[in-house]
Design a protein around this ligand. Sequence first.
Ligand code: GLC
Length: 475
Amino acid sequence: MKVLYVASEALPFAASGGLADVAGSLPHAMRQRLVGCRIAMPLYDSVPQELRENMKFITSLSVPVSWRRQYCGVFEAKYGGVTYYLLDNQYYFKRKGLYGHYDDAERFAFFSRAVLEMLPYLDFKPDIINANDWQSALVPIYYQLFYSGNDWYKGIKTVFTIHNIQYQGKYGMEICEDVFGIPLDSRKIVEFDDCVNLMKGAVETADRVTTVSPTYAKEILDPWFSHELDPILRERQWKLFGILNGIDTESYNPETDAQIYENFGIDTLSEGKAKNKLELQKRLFLPERADVPLIGMVTRMVSHKGLDLVKSVLDDILSTHDVQFVILGSGDWEYESFFKTMQEKHKDKFIACFGFVPELSRKIYAGADIFLMPSKSEPCGLSQMISLRYGTIPIVRETGGLKDSITDSGDGEGNGFTFKSYDAGDMSYSIERALAGYANADGWNILRRRAMESDNSWGKSANAYIRMYKSLLKE
Ligand code: GLC
């Protein structure tokens, strides 16, 4: 079985969020299970020079983007034994940042079309193409429209994975033909609410639709979570599956992670975490105290991450508890300015760091005692799994992948603390419970060990993907 995994970002070449983690680690896990899995992604300007040095030129193509023909250079690179195809066009991709350009629709129409056009020139004919999120949603759409009837392409199956239903690729109907090259008589495929909606088109045309946790697969059938797509998904529920992501347990390994202050394993947990915490406190200019519980958050500062809950209780928590709190991330002005105010007010308890700083995020995963992730919705979430791996106890709201990976320790079993309603009082109560847990050193150590023993490696998930692909090929 051969799978081509198509993503707009993949580690280590380019990353802006969780999709890059998944695209950079699932194919490795597939390969370990003897499934040929390769990755196709754009060759962005930001791809580091040392990775470019190992790229091999394969071919160049002229790709139709509606009535335009655009150059595409196809390069191949191997990383950790996995083959990446990097698609080059400087006009589209030699820019600052991966997304957010005025012509993103055209850039990713080009990319999706180029992926299909390049296939006959590779020494790898996929049985399955797995596209991801709106940026490659046109792959199954174009496949059905322009390639499925062609002898060479016939029989390839397509899978579309939703990492976040909020970003659907919505555009005015007027560019349907001119930019996407979708003829008038086929526009129904992508038309939704009088707009072009690429995610809707992919849900219609792909042979299977997956999302990144079983709970999110159910949630997106409900208008509260679906950003309007629930009627489309409900009709096609038969082809919708939720498979929980794993994390790259080699990269996120406290025993070997070169970016944390002190490596530790399950048997050196207490000393290791204590050392990491003191060094982190020093770096953050917080009082260096072993006894005070340190709560961490690493998050994009946007509403669906649950920051409104944090906003409504943070001042109170900091005023009434002997606690330290660090938040790292960037996003909406509303939240950033609130956290700045809190930092002014609670100088020796609270610190906010703005930006995307992978090195510091690892130090927080390793050095914090508690990791807070109260998302309003969370398709899967990787941070809670990384925290577990570093013995940091997550507090999460029971939604999406958070619900599927964290169980409440109230009954003496689970690996974290959870709450159900999107309610600041419920969140505060969970924080109180976690702080009470922290105060009981023996119990806390047992909980930390259980957290570190939770298995979130790709094993189970990769097997679930393989089962799904196999069943699809039998059809
Ligand atoms: C998106 C989701 C996140 C998920 C990630 C990888 O970033 O918001 O929940 O973990 O994709 O699938």
